[in-house]
Write a protein that binds this ligand. Structure first.
Ligand code: FE2
Length: 281
C-alpha cells in the first residue's frame, strides 16, 4: 500500500498522513451511530460521571476508567461541569467513548477491521496485529479539553515496543478546533514516562526523564475528514483545547503486535473472556 517515499517518511518522521483513507460518508455513518449510542446512555449511572482530563489526571483514579478496557464507557469534558454539576446534555458534554468499541460494537468493528487498514498495518511492520484500544473522541466546541504531549507507548507498553496509533479524522481538524500536533522525528527519542497500575487499585507514573519534550519543534497536522494519521508508539504528540465553535470528532485505534509482551501492569486490562483479536476473525 505504501510507496517507498511514504515508508521513508514514516521512518524519518514517526507519523504518516494519509488523506482520503476513509470515504467521508463512512465517517458520517460512524458519527450517526455514535449519536444513536448516546441516546441509550444514562449519564447518571453510578460511577459514570468520570471526567477525562490529561492535565488533572482525575480519571486515572476512577474505577470507571480503569475497568473500561473491555467495555464501552463514556467520559466527560471538564468544561461540562460547573460547581460539580453536569450542566450540558450528554451529546454536548462527552469527551470520549472508550475503550473496546472495536470488539463490542459491530459498526465500530466494521470501521476498524477493513482490508485497507490490515494492509497498512502489515506495511508498517506488524506480523500479528492485535486491536487493543478504541476511542471515539468528540473534542467538543468551546470546551474540548487539551491532550498533553505524550507517547502512546507510555500507556500501552509492550516489550518490545509495538503500539501504533491509527487516528481517523471524522471531521476536518484544524488548529482552531484542536488538531493533532506532533514532533517530527521525535519517535527516536527514548520514551520519558510510563503510566501503569500501582498494584493498590490506582495508577502511577515512572519518569525516566523529567525534561519536557521540545514542543516548539511540533507541527500541526491539519487534515480534512477522511484522513488517517498513523502515529508511531514513541512519537510525542498532543492536541490543544478546542476554542472554536466547531467540533472535531476523531476515532482512534491502537494496535499492538501479538509477538510482543503486553505488560500485566498496563492500565488497560481485559478479562479472559475478551481475548485480543486481529483484523480478521
Ligand atoms: Fe495518543
Amino acid at each position: 500500500m505504501l510507496s517507498s517515499e511514504q515508508h521513508q517518511r514514516w521512518e524519518r518522521d514517526g507519523f504518516l498522513v494519509l488523506e482520503d483513507f476513509v470515504p467521508t460518508s463512512r465517517c458520517r455513518e460512524l458519527s450517526e451511530h455514535v449519536n444513536e449510542l448516546l441516546a441509550t446512555i444514562d449519564p447518571t449511572t453510578e460511577g459514570a460521571l468520570s471526567i477525562f482530563s490529561t492535565t488533572e489526571q482525575s480519571h486515572a483514579r476512577d474505577d470507571w476508567f480503569l475497568e473500561s478496557g473491555d467495555k464501552i464507557r463514556w467520559f466527560f469534558e471538564q468544561g461540562a461541569f460547573e460547581q460539580g454539576q453536569l450542566v450540558r446534555e450528554l451529546p454536548a458534554a462527552v469527551n470520549k467513548l472508550g475503550h473496546a468499541m472495536h470488539d463490542l460494537d459491530p459498526v465500530f468493528s466494521a470501521f476498524s477491521r477493513t482490508p485497507e487498514l490490515a494492509e497498512l498495518a502489515t506495511d508498517l511492520g506488524f506480523v500479528d496485529p492485535k486491536l487493543l484500544q478504541s476511542m471515539y473522541i468528540f473534542k467538543q466546541p468551546t470546551i474540548g479539553g487539551e491532550v498533553i504531549c505524550h507517547t502512546d507507548h507510555t500507556f500501552l507498553w509492550t516489550e518490545p515496543q509495538s503500539v501504533v496509533g491509527f487516528w481517523f479524522a471524522l471531521e476536518d481538524a484544524t488548529v482552531d478546533n484542536g488538531c493533532l500536533w506532533a514532533i517530527p522525528g521525535g519517535h527516536r527519542t527514548p520514551v520519558k514516562r510510563r503510566f501503569r497500575l500501582d498494584g493498590q487499585g490506582g495508577t502511577t507514573d515512572d519518569f525516566f526523564d523529567e525534561t519536557p519534550y521540545p514542543e516548539a519543534d511540533g507541527v500541526p497536522l491539519e487534515v480534512p475528514a477522511g484522513t488517517l494519521i498513523a502515529l508511531h508508539g514513541t512519537l510525542p504528540h498532543w492536541s490543544a483545547p478546542n476554542t472554536s465553535t466547531q467540533s472535531r470528532h476523531a476515532y482512534t485505534l491502537h494496535v499492538i503486535d501479538g509477538r510482543a509482551q503486553y505488560l500485566d501492569d498496563n492500565w488497560l486490562q481485559r478479562g479472559d473472556d475478551h481475548p485480543l483479536r486481529g483484523f480478521v476473525g
